[in-house]
Design a protein around this ligand. Structure first.
Ligand code: NDP
Ligand code: 2IT
Length: 452
């Protein structure tokens, strides 16, 4: 049996039903087969078996009371995947779809992503099946307080440092931090993505989106191109989508789409700064649906997503670049075909694993510029690590300083992935390059530290 088949058998036997984790794991394993062949000690050290098993998984009950006095019970998780190169680091996701398999895929991706940033952070991820949609601020606060009452026993500024992800933004980080401080009686940098008044880093809210666009600019530069004048499709309308749009505008591009889980808007005139500002108010403050956009900007159209559809209409518009920034597996094989047919020659993934294996296969076959999430969206966690550095020094850097560091980290990730792909004779295959470079750093560190 091949190495890939062995891993598949192991995963299915150990973790039946964790499809997203299997998908993320098999992609990495496939990329590193030549690395395993060049380094026979990785096999005797049982590196694949070790790296696929989380160091620790914490699962807990999260009971809370809604505004009517009714009791609810959600499930909380923290997956502490790998601490070979630093304390566990990664976001928290609050979304009804959250389960152990999804968090294990995210934690697994995070390990390699964090290694690529060059900063000393291991990988973890957590969250809950709690749905913040439609909840009052007080309900969200009570949920966060209950969640943190348990989580606080397992995390710490030198142990495990959570941050935001889907459904967890500045509001949730505030409530979570408040409770952590109360139960531990310590003001530490235990969470990142904090408000700048109390220890947050400038540029952290912007970092994932800005980073995905910096990564795109690096890929374009290999073909002597830039974002100037390029038409871009952006999906999602949350944190990553908003700041991706802002940076595309800064670099002279035009964004024509945004979406949420109900549908997408297409604005042929482009989403300019005023329109983006409106979207930010709509999503971050009023917490409304993106469909409201067309009430104000009547030239735009709105298409509701049919859950039964076999393709996603947002990926069927003429464009040059696409920035999937919503969620996993939002681009399937048919969507990839549509993107290629419509002229898209660059994909920079703001979301984690937004493309199915069938879609990735087509991007690689067609040799378009394809930046996988663990490389392209590493800017967020990179600035989180810069927030940790500022917290431990008890000082804060200026916007310019953090943005300059972010830009140079993204350029470095791009070069590292490109060099690794070249070394293994697949120059320009950023999937292989990112997987191999991240894997080697983590695995060599694990071997240095013995069988633990
Ligand atoms: P937000 O919660 O701010 O926004 C998420 C957006 O994606 C919303 O528009 C949401 O729509 C949409 N979305 C969420 N789930 C689904 C779904 N199942 N189907 C369709 N649309 C969906 O999250 P972020 O912007 O922070 O995260 C977006 C992606 O970026 C995620 O994949 C996340 O893991 C990744 N990421 C985030 C980082 C960060 O720093 N925040 C860092 C690196 C990656 P709706 O409102 O309808 O739910
Ligand atoms: O997927 C990710 O990299 C994040 N959600 C950000 C993690 C972090 O610790 O900033």
């Amino acid at each position: 049996m091949s190495m890939l088949d062995d891993v598949k058998t192991l995963l299915v036997a150990r973790d039946p039903g964790q499809q997203e984790f299997h998908q993320a794991a098999l992609e990495v394993v496939e990329s590193v087969i030549p690395v395993m062949e060049r380094n026979p000690e990785f096999k005797s050290e049982r590196i694949l078996e070790r790296i696929l098993e989380p160091e620790r998984v914490i699962m807990f009950r999260v009971p809370w009371v809604d505004d009517r006095g009714e009791v609810h019970v959600n499930r909380g998780f923290r997956v502490e995947m790998n601490s070979a190169i630093g304390p566990y680091k990664g976001g928290l996701r609050f979304h009804p779809s959250v389960n152990l398999g999804i968090l294990k895929f995210l934690a697994f991706e995070q390990v390699f992503k964090n290694a690529l940033t060059t900063l000393p952070i291991g990988g973890g991820k957590g969250g809950s099946d709690f749905d913040p949609k439609g909840k009052s601020d007080n309900e969200v606060m009570r949920f966060c307080q209950s969640f943190m009452t348990e989580l606080s026993r397992h995390i710490g500024a030198d142990t495990d440092i959570p941050a935001g992800d889907i459904g967890v933004g500045a509001r949730e980080i505030g409530y979570l931090f408040g409770m952590y401080k109360k139960v531990t009686n310590k003001f530490t940098g235990v969470l990142t993505g904090k408000n700048t008044n109390w220890g947050g880093s400038l540029i952290r809210p912007e970092a994932t989106g800005y980073g995905a666009v910096y990564f795109a600019a690096e890929m374009l530069a290999t073909r002597s191109e830039s974002l100037e004048g390029k038409t871009c499709l952006v999906s999602g309308s949350g944190n990553v989508a908003q700041y991706t749009t802002e940076k595309v505008l800064d670099l002279g591009g035009k964004v024509v789409t945004l979406s949420d889980s109900s549908g997408h808007v297409y604005d042929p005139d482009g989403i300019d700064r005023e329109k983006l500002n409106y979207v930010m108010q709509l999503k971050n403050i009023k917490r409304e649906r993106i469909s409201k956009y067309i009430e104000k900007y009547t030239n735009a159209t709105y298409t509701a997503h049919e859950s039964a559809a076999d393709c996603n209409a947002i990926w069927d518009h003429k464009a040059d670049c696409a920035f999937p920034s919503a969620t996993q597996n939002e681009i399937n094989g048919k969507d990839a075909q549509n993107l290629l047919k419509n002229g898209v020659f660059l994909i920079s993934e703001g979301a984690n694993m937004p493309s199915t294996p069938e879609a990735v296969h087509q991007f690689l076959e067609n040799k378009i510029l394809y930046g996988p999430g663990k490389a392209a969206n590493a800017g967020g966690v990179a600035v989180s690590a810069l927030e940790m550095a500022q917290n431990s020094m008890r000082l804060s850097w200026s916007r310019e300083e953090v943005d300059t560091k972010l830009k140079s980290i993204m350029a470095n990730i791009h070069q590292t992935a490109l060099d690794a792909s070249d070394e293994y004779d697949h120059k320009g295959n950023y999937v292989m390059g990112a997987n191999i470079a991240g894997f080697l750093k983590v695995v060599n560190s694990m071997i240095d530290q013995g069988v633990v």
